[in-house]
Design a binder for this molecule. Structure first.
Ligand code: ZN
Ligand code: FE
Length: 255
C-alpha cells in the first residue's frame, strides 16, 4: 500500500483520520474535532503534518484547528463555497477540483445536505473517501441546511465510486443507525448480520468505521431507496427514489 490510514477517536463520538503518503512522507488530517488525540498520534508515529482537510463548518469538525496548527503548521484545505464560515483556508476547493498530498491525488466533491458546502474528499490511490457527515456508516447526516433532494444527489455521487472504496465518516453513530435501519429494512440478512457485528464491536469499544462502500450499498437504507423490500415496508412502491429517500430521512429524524 502506498499510504497509511489511521482512525482517531475524538470528543465523545467524533472521528478524525490521518492519511500518509509513503512516497513523500506527507500527512493530512481529515477534520479536527480536538487537537490532543491528533497531536498524540502524530508524535507517537513521528510524523510531520502537511495538510488539514476540513469537510464542513460544524464546530465538532474544526474546533481543534488553532491548537493543532500551533504545534503543527500545515496547509488548510476546505470548501470554497464555505470559506466565509470556515477557519482561514490556504486552498479553497470547488466541486470536482483536484489537489494532492505528495504523490496522492485527491478530489473534492460537493456533498451538500447536512450543511450546504459540505465536501467529501476522495483519494483514488488510497481507495478512500472522507465523507464525514454526508454518507455515514449505516446512515447519512441530518439535514440541518440542505434539502432531501440535495442530500440524495450528494449520496448518488458517492454511490458511483468504486465499491471497494473505504468510507471514512465522521461519527460513531452506527449502533443507533443500525436500530433504525432494521425498522425500514427488517428482512435484509446482510443488515441483520452487520448489526450483530456492530453490537459486538461496540461491546469491546472498537470503532465501527471506516466501512466499505460495498457494505453500505448492501445495508445502508439511505443508499437503498430503490429496494423493493424497503419500498414495501414504507408503502411507497410507485414513488421516486428521491421521495423514498426523503421519507427514510424523515423517519430517522423522528426515530
Ligand atoms: Zn456536522
Ligand atoms: Fe459532526
Amino acid at each position: 500500500m502506498p499510504f497509511d490510514l489511521i482512525t482517531i477517536p475524538c470528543l465523545t463520538d467524533n472521528y478524525a483520520y490521518l492519511l500518509r503518503d509513503h512516497a513523500s512522507g506527507e500527512v493530512a488530517v481529515i477534520d479536527v474535532p480536538e487537537a490532543e488525540p491528533i497531536n498524540a498520534e502524530l508524535k507517537a508515529r513521528g510524523w510531520t503534518l502537511s495538510q488539514v482537510w476540513l469537510t464542513h463548518h460544524h464546530w465538532d469538525h474544526i474546533d481543534g484547528l488553532a491548537n493543532l496548527l500551533a504545534e503543527h503548521p500545515a496547509k488548510v484545505v476546505g470548501a470554497k463555497a464555505d470559506a466565509h464560515r470556515l477557519p482561514d483556508l490556504d486552498l479553497a476547493v470547488s466541486d470536482g477540483e483536484h489537489f494532492s498530498l505528495g504523490a496522492l491525488d485527491a478530489v473534492a466533491f460537493d456533498v451538500s445536505g447536512h450543511t450546504v458546502g459540505h465536501i467529501a474528499i476522495y483519494v483514488p490511490a488510497a481507495q478512500a473517501c472522507f465523507t464525514a457527515d454526508s454518507l455515514m456508516a449505516l446512515g447519512c447526516g441530518r439535514l440541518f441546511e440542505g434539502t432531501p433532494d440535495q442530500m440524495w444527489d450528494s449520496l448518488q455521487k458517492l454511490m458511483a465510486l468504486p465499491a471497494d472504496t473505504t468510507i471514512c465518516s465522521g461519527h460513531e453513530y452506527t449502533a443507533s443507525n443500525a436500530k433504525f435501519a432494521l425498522t425500514v429494512d427488517p428482512d435484509n440478512a446482510a443488515l441483520i448480520s452487520r448489526s450483530n457485528d456492530i453490537d459486538n464491536a461496540r461491546a469491546r469499544n472498537l470503532p465501527t468505521v471506516p466501512s466499505s462502500l460495498a457494505t453500505e450499498l448492501e445495508t445502508n437504507p439511505f443508499l437503498r431507496p430503490d429496494d423493493p423490500g424497503i419500498r414495501a415496508t414504507l408503502g411507497m412502491q410507485t414513488a421516486t427514489d428521491a421521495e423514498v429517500f426523503a421519507e427514510i430521512r424523515k423517519r430517522k429524524d423522528n426515530f
